[in-house]
Write a protein that binds this ligand. Structure first.
Ligand SMILES: NC(=O)C1=CN([C@@H]2O[C@H](COP(=O)(O)OP(=O)(O)OC[C@H]3O[C@@H](n4cnc5c(N)ncnc54)[C@H](OP(=O)(O)O)[C@@H]3O)[C@@H](O)[C@H]2O)C=CC1
Ligand SMILES: N[C@@H](CC(=O)OP(=O)(O)O)C(=O)O
Length: 345
């Protein structure tokens, strides 16, 4: 029996990616699509300004968009994916969890709350068990699980590999982020063509906090965040998809380029449908990874690393991931697969 799923915020940039990835998914079947009051009651084809380079599946285009409230969504949906603006997510996601729905959310609200698991299934799958604490504390029959910010997810797997092998003591990161991260209406062409914008509101704090929670230890009742300072500087550049980041990691002891590369290349993936073969591809070529060449590796779910160099206090490297696939829709779906595997769905 397929797991029946719904998408909250299905008409947006991430919602469209969720449709694209969930429609052919062997274990999930899309049964409900929601959006704002402006779209509710119209067909998905009318409501979604479809901007993905594969066509809207016909049967999805004919579905009627519902309002984003528990009463408008069928009770028998097993799992909801949420790609709502964070202020909307903050207002409605708890209502869905209280009404008994299990929600895998991509929105940034509640990511650092102590009883909300923030997971990358290949990195910290055990944190999903925080849902038992959440259910006890909030009295919910449903549940709310989060995936991290797209820039955070781009650097955390290589940092997890380094932390496990050598111990990470401090991280500095500077990003080159694609325009799709701001959504379709986020940055105008007049602002970004022939330009770079050295500010993305709230992004630095997200990278600095979410990474420490993801790399923290779950003891069965709470997550103790990684005890390391993380400092981020975030920049928007005129690429369409794929966030590229320059990372400096201070490590516990001397680590060679070869040792760092081996630790990252050997870091295991997960046995889930949407996980890539190798989680991290390590390039020897100094000019890789690049957004246009490397963002679609392993269906956009692989993390690419290159340019590894020794520094006085650790190593420097470049890392890249597809921000709307690995960093958003694909991340939520992977979390959905984890929820099924762990028996929460
Ligand atoms: N773009 C990206 O790369 C990434 C985005 N994210 C996060 O994912 C979330 C979605 O982003 P994105 O897809 O770009 O956003 P969009 O603005 O493209 O889409 C927002 C969706 O939410 C719906 N919506 C808007 N307001 C309401 C409301 N009041 N009630 C119910 N539904 C509403 C919209 O419906 P309607 O069409 O009717 O307006 C639409 O379906 C955000 O939290 C964003 O921060 C995370 C990582 C990466
Ligand atoms: N802020 C990110 C995308 C995003 O929406 O992130 P979050 O999921 O943390 O809101 C970017 O601009 O590239």
């Amino acid at each position: 029996m397929p797991v029946t799923v719904g998408i909250l915020g299905a008409t947006g940039a991430v919602g469209q990616r969720l449709v694209q990835l969930l429609d052919p998914h062997p274990d999930f079947e899309i049964a409900a699509l929601t959006a704002s009051e402006n779209s509710a009651g119209t067909s998905y084809r009318e409501a979604a300004k479809w901007r993905i380079d594969t066509p809207i599946p016909d049967h999805i285009g004919e579905m009627t968009v519902r309002a984003t409230e528990p009463a408008a969504v069928p009770d028998d949906i097993d799992l909801l994916f949420s790609s709502l603006p964070s202020a909307v997510g903050e207002a409605v996601e708890p209502d869905f969890a209280e009404a008994g729905y299990v929600v895998s959310s991509n929105s940034s609200n509640f990511r650092t709350d102590p009883d909300v698991p923030l997971t990358i299934p290949e990195v910290n799958p055990d944190h999903v068990e925080l849902l038992d604490v959440q259910r006890d504390q909030r009295g919910w029959d449903g549940a709310l699980l989060k995936n991290p910010n797209c820039s955070t997810i781009t650097m955390v797997p290589p940092l997890a590999a380094l932390d496990e092998a050598f111990g990470v003591e401090r991280v500095d990161v500077s990003t080159l982020q694609a325009v799709s991260g701001a959504g379709y209406s986020g940055v105008t062409s007049m602002e970004i063509i022939d330009n770079a914008i050295p500010h993305i509101g709230g992004e630095e704090t997200k990278m600095e906090t979410e990474s420490r929670k993801l790399l923290g230890e779950f003891d069965g009742s709470e997550v103790e965040w990684l005890d390391a300072d993380v400092a981020a500087s975030c920049n928007r550049i005129p690429t369409l998809d794929g966030h590229l980041e320059n990372v400096w990691a201070d490590l516990d002891g001397d680590v060679s380029v070869e040792e760092a590369a081996e630790a990252m290349a050997a870091y295991p993936s997960a046995d889930l449908h949407s996980s890539p073969g190798p989680l991290i591809k390590v390039f020897d070529e100094p000019d890789r990874p690049q957004p246009r060449l490397d963002r679609n590796r392993e269906d956009g779910m692989q993390i690419s690393v290159g340019g590894i160099q020794e520094t006085e206090t650790g190593i420097q490297f470049n890392t890249l991931a597809h921000n709307t696939l690995r960093g958003a829709a694909g991340a939520s779906i992977l979390n959905g697969e984890l929820l099924v595997e762990k028996g929460y769905v």
